[in-house]
Design a protein around this ligand. Structure first.
Ligand SMILES: NC(=O)c1ccc[n+]([C@@H]2O[C@H](COP(=O)([O-])OP(=O)(O)OC[C@H]3O[C@@H](n4cnc5c(N)ncnc54)[C@H](O)[C@@H]3O)[C@@H](O)[C@H]2O)c1
Ligand SMILES: O=C(O)[C@H](O)COP(=O)(O)O
Length: 635
């Protein structure tokens, strides 16, 4: 092998928040790849049936439908669909529970695919009862998808679709632990929310709601409802994501000075629309108006509290179309009463609906709407279609472009990586079968060799599949992209990764993947490297995964069907002897390779077989005098 330099690295954890506006192109491009309809599709499947052994038949797993042209033409049976539903051939339709009102166009899409149960506003207890028979659940912000719901689903629930942006009503940790994908519809209601923010801003400044109520009560109070102007005032946009930036754009059009605070937003994106990114304190202390657009997370919970209000400019006006929970509502009432905050306009509340006698809702200087930000006809149709497509895709086993608890990988990257993802799973599966006893694996190291810049490689899919390959054969856990990292951590398996730059063609994303298991004994001593680890390495050749190294022996065998590895004295006739034993049981050899260290001394024979040899044949192979050790491995 060419000389190499290595570099340890850490891949980012799976995202568990909605994407920021810097990510949408990634999301949409992945979706288009997964619906690829070319004649040689390679699609990454989040599958819901199991293919490894009968004892795991009730389990769900992520698998790869690897249907490259080479494989298809060579072997049609190897592309049988694992998991997911094929619209033409499915036997039972999936059940999709829609627990809040969804646009008709989305419902139509869902009905074309599954049995749709629209049961709105279910009490939690009824939701838990129903969920046990559902494959998918679609919610808006009103349904609390708690751990209890995932527990009640007993593994049947495959996807939760949030028809909107905020996923703070879904217990993402529980979803991840249960291997349930969560997808949202992050783009279709952006403009609606921004428009509502501007509507609240303007109506608050001009007392529209209060004046309207007063007139309807028979009053004519022109002096009481003198407002304030927006032009020339400073607006602080807190959270410069999709909605925040649209609000900023519109506020600029109204002649406002706009500043923004967002620890994750790129300054050049803000600058491009004439907005300056500033610190939190600077934003709140200089603004005449503050508009909230950050997600509700543990960090943003009650970020507007007594201390914050003590720092704001006296007479500030606050708009919140993000989430009620980012404001300490009691503190806001105090700030309104003291006059520190002149007015507030709120679309969202900590508890929804809030108590009828809520001091905040009843406050004279507060304008309220019942979480209407996303409620335009246009946005609701858009959101419904966006979420229906994501949910159907996920039920079909596709990776969702809007997944919030699984890695999202750009389409072009996924397309390139697909055969390596197959290789990764097979190497994990092979490595674990080489361990004596199988359990007790605590650490695995993966070395990715590539001619490309190490920073260009996103290994999250590869790592997830290696984890799946290692864990599945030795436990009854089902593993998919959603829960691979979590399951590995839970089982105490530490996976470290390293990239090595090698002097090969940069045309392919990877030259090879090496999997090493440390501190374990092997049932096939030759698989142990000089460093004492079980070590195997593989490459993709013509789209097909190959095993290229076992311990310190070079081999070259395609990873299809099953594999027999033998270490023998390097002498003539060995291939014939083993071949004859297999032939007697009518076992077809698909591939064979011999690697040796010293001529006429030690060799490793790797034999790919289509069928599983019976015990008698395996015993006879072991009895061939020159064979010193051998192992049969299922791929
Ligand atoms: N009222 C409604 O009906 C309605 C409609 C749509 C969205 N929303 C809510 O609006 C919010 C924004 O939605 P979006 O689509 O713009 O999401 P987004 O992910 O595009 O933007 C959120 C932004 O907040 C930023 N952020 C995260 N933590 C922050 C912090 N501590 N301080 C400042 N900024 C922070 C992120 O970097 C991101 O840029 C979400 O809470 C969403 O649920 C409400
Ligand atoms: O986060 C969102 O998308 C909005 O808050 C909309 O929520 P809704 O779907 O309940 O209207």
């Amino acid at each position: 092998m060419a000389s190499s330099t290595t570099k340890p690295f850490v891949t980012p954890p799976f995202t568990t928040t909605t994407s920021s506006s810097s990510q949408p192109s990634t999301r949409s491009s992945l979706l288009s790849f997964l619906h690829n309809t070319t004649s040689t599709p390679i699609s990454l499947k989040l599958s819901h049936s199991h293919s490894f052994s009968n004892s795991h038949s009730s389990l769900r797993s992520l698998s790869i439908k690897n249907a490259t042209k080479t494989i298809e033409s060579a072997e049609t049976s190897s592309v049988s669909k694992v998991g997911g539903q094929d619209t033409n051939s499915r036997e039972t339709k999936p059940t999709i529970l829609v627990s809040e009102k969804l646009g008709e166009a989305g419902l139509e899409l869902l009905r074309n695919y599954g049995d749709v149960d629209c049961s709105y506003d279910l009490p939690q207890e009824d939701l838990c009862k129903k969920i046990a028979s559902c494959d998918a659940l679609i919610v808006r912000s009103g349904t609390k998808v708690t751990r209890q719901v995932f527990e009640a689903a007993k593994g049947k629930l495959k996807v939760v679709g949030r028809a909107g942006v905020g996923i703070d009503n879904v217990d993402l940790q529980a979803a991840t632990e249960f291997g349930c994908l969560v997808v949202n519809a992050p783009t279709a209601n952006t403009v609606a929310a921004a428009e509502h923010g501007i509507a609240l801003l303007a109506s608050m400044a001009r007392n529209v709601a209060q004046a309207d109520a007063s007139m309807k009560a028979g009053q004519w109070q022109r002096n009481k409802y003198v407002g304030v102007s927006l032009v020339g005032k400073t607006l602080a946009v807190m959270g410069f994501g999709k909605v925040g930036s649209e609000v900023a754009r519109r506020a600029k059009g109204l002649g406002m000075q706009v500043i923004a605070h967002d620890p994750y937003a790129p300054a050049d994106r803000a600058r491009a629309i004439g907005v300056e990114l500033v610190s939190f304190d600077q934003a709140i202390s200089t603004a005449d108006f503050i508009s909230l657009h950050m997600p509700l997370t543990p960090t943003t919970k009650k970020v507007f509290n007594d201390e914050t209000f003590s720092k704001v400019k006296k007479g500030v006006r606050i708009v919140n179309v993000a989430r009620g929970g980012v404001i300490d509502e009691d503190a806001l009432v105090r700030a309104l009463d003291s006059g520190k905050v002149a007015q507030a306009a709120l679309d969202v509340f900590t508890e929804e609906p809030p108590a009828k006698d809520s001091k905040l809702v009843q406050h004279e200087r507060v304008t309220v709407t019942p979480h209407l930000g996303a409620s335009t006809k246009e946005a609701q149709e858009g959101v419904a279609i966006e979420i229906a497509e994501a949910v159907v895709g996920a039920l079909q086993g596709e990776l969702a472009a809007t997944a919030v608890n699984a890695p999202m990988v750009p389409a072009e990257v996924l397309s390139e990586l697909a055969p390596y993802v197959v290789l990764a799973e097979k190497l994990g599966r092979l490595a674990v079968q080489l361990v004596a006893g199988g359990s007790g694996i605590k650490s695995a190291k993966v070395v990715y060799r590539s001619a490309r810049d190490p920073d260009d490689l996103d290994t999250r899919l590869l790592r997830a599949m290696i984890t799946k390959g290692i864990i599945e054969p030795i436990s009854d856990s089902f593993i998919n992209l959603v829960n691979a990292d979590f399951t590995a951590k839970q089982k105490g398996l530490r996976i470290s990764e390293e990239r090595a730059v090698v002097d090969t063609s940069p045309e392919f994303p990877l030259f090879s993947i090496q999997v090493q298991l440390s501190n374990v004994d092997s049932k096939f001593g030759s698989a142990v490297s000089e460093g004492g680890d079980i070590s195997i390495e593989g490459r993709v050749k013509y789209g097909i995964p190959h095993l290229t190294r076992v311990g310190s022996f070079s081999v070259d065998v395609s990873l299809e069907g099953n594999l027999i590895l033998c270490r023998q004295v390097d002498r003539p006739g060995m291939i014939g002897q083993v071949g004859n034993i297999l032939a007697e049981q009518n076992i077809n050899i698909s591939f064979m390779s011999v690697g040796r260290t010293i001529r006429r001394k030690n060799a490793i024979m790797a034999i790919g077989v289509d069928e599983e040899p019976n015990e008698e044949s395996l015993k006879r192979i072991g009895e061939v005098p020159a064979i010193e050790e051998f192992v049969f491995l299922k791929l």
